[in-house]
Write a protein that binds this ligand. Structure first.
Ligand SMILES: [Zn+2]
Ligand SMILES: [Zn+2]
Length: 390
């Protein structure tokens, strides 16, 4: 692999950081030790450091030349509340916490790129190294943005990456559009009026109303969503009643929605609200509907995706980047940054035989340290390619 030579030399150092982070995993918004290490290392290379954004977020600013362009490179720092079972010598020293998604590796890669770029400064413009907290369910990216991330550190484009244990080391996966889904939840309570089951006319039956709502919701995907788009509406729970001869007062329904574009997500939520309210109203009932959005879909910008592919092909070689793998149903909070700034999210394969092959979010997972120079080279190559020195 033609990784940048100087970065290949940094592999042992990056591996040292990575295994140190791995031994000291910290959960969302508690990444104090990790953030301190990151800030200390960045400062030691002469990079301007800003801390305390979204509690533990860190931004490093590196300028070279006089160019006005700025690129944001993002890594996540948080671990998961899981009990590690790898038995590795550098396994987690904190019971119940584990780097099971490889964010220890992502942080170390970005540090490697920062060290190289600070040494070489072979670019013209500004790099913002964004180390975010709480990717796992805390929307740390969004919290940093809400605290003025892109106002304080303007970025013409942002790039992020994730390791992928299902893809061989030396390969990557970049689509020009959607990479990951939005995953939302909904909760619905239909309030009727209970009574004797032999006297339905004196009741308002929430079960009949709920059954019609379940059926009507399915028409949204079938009739309102573009057939070439993807969407799932699943009612997964329907609770009502206590006896065979009593019409209950209320019914509770819960479920999940998956979509791949913000437009479809908006369309589905609005249509569900209309269908539910109108159906309940037709039955003289009231429905309380709560739609809770998770992370938005992770959608690459085609232009930036192609730029990322160019950098990846320089590092990995031609033909090593998959362009049309199907998107996955998992979520990622880099999606918030991609809604605000042009950019791309790439997946880097890390499977090498059994090494790096355990799936993320499992107790056997470990980041493959052989991927460190690949990710760091990708980030560095991207900067030199996108902001070339005149
Ligand atoms: Zn994860
Ligand atoms: Zn992750």
């Amino acid at each position: 692999m033609p990784v940048i030579n100087r970065i290949a030399d940094l592999q042992p150092e990056m591996q040292g950081w990575r295994r140190d982070f791995h031994q000291h995993p910290e959960l969302r918004f508690e990444e104090h030790r990790t953030a301190e290490q990151v800030a200390k290392l960045l400062a030691s290379w002469g990079i301007e450091v800003h801390t305390g954004i979204a509690t533990t977020g860190v931004v490093g600013v590196l300028r070279a030349g006089s160019g006005g362009r700025a690129i944001g490179l993002r890594a996540d720092m948080d671990a998961l509340p899981m009990e590690e079972a790898t038995g590795l010598p550098y396994a987690s020293r904190t019971p119940g916490k584990m780097h099971a998604c490889g964010h220890d590796g992502h942080t170390s890669m970005l540090l490697g790129a920062a060290k190289y770029l600070a040494e070489t400064k072979n670019f013209d413009g500004t790099v913002h190294f964004i180390f975010q907290p709480a990717e796992e369910g805390g929307a740390g990216a969004k919290v940093m943005m809400d605290q003025g991330l892109f106002a304080r550190f303007p970025c013409d484009a942002v790039y992020g990456l994730h390791n992928d244990p299902t893809l061989p080391l030396g390969e990557a996966d970049v689509r020009d559009d959607v990479m990951m889904a939005a995953s939302d939840r909904f909760f619905l309570t239909i309030r009727g009026q209970g009574g004797h089951a032999s006297r339905p006319h004196a009741c308002l039956d929430p079960i009949v109303c709920g059954a019609q709502i379940v059926g009507a919701l399915q028409t949204i995907v079938a009739r309102r969503v573009d057939p070439l788009e993807s969407a799932v509406i699943s009612v997964t729970q329907f609770h009502s009643g206590t006896a065979e001869n009593v019409i209950p007062d209320e019914a509770k329904l819960l479920g999940t929605v998956r979509t791949f574009t913000p437009a479809t997500q908006d369309l589905v939520e609005a249509a569900m609200r209309r269908v539910i309210e109108a159906t309940a109203s037709a039955h003289d009932m009231v429905a309380e509907f709560t739609y809770r959005r998770g992370y938005p879909p992770t959608v690459n910008h085609a232009n930036e995706a192609r730029r990322a592919v160019r950098a990846l092909e320089t590092v990995l070689g031609d033909g090593r980047v998959h362009r049309d793998k199907p998107p996955v149903m998992g979520g990622e909070d880099f999606s918030f940054m991609l809604l605000d700034r042009p950019g791309a999210y790439v997946k880097l394969g890390q499977k090498d035989g059994t090494k790096g092959a355990a799936e993320v979010h499992t107790v056997q997972y470990d980041f493959n340290d052989d991927l460190l120079p690949v990710g760091a080279s990708f980030f560095a190559q991207l900067v030199e390619q996108e902001m070339p020195r005149g």
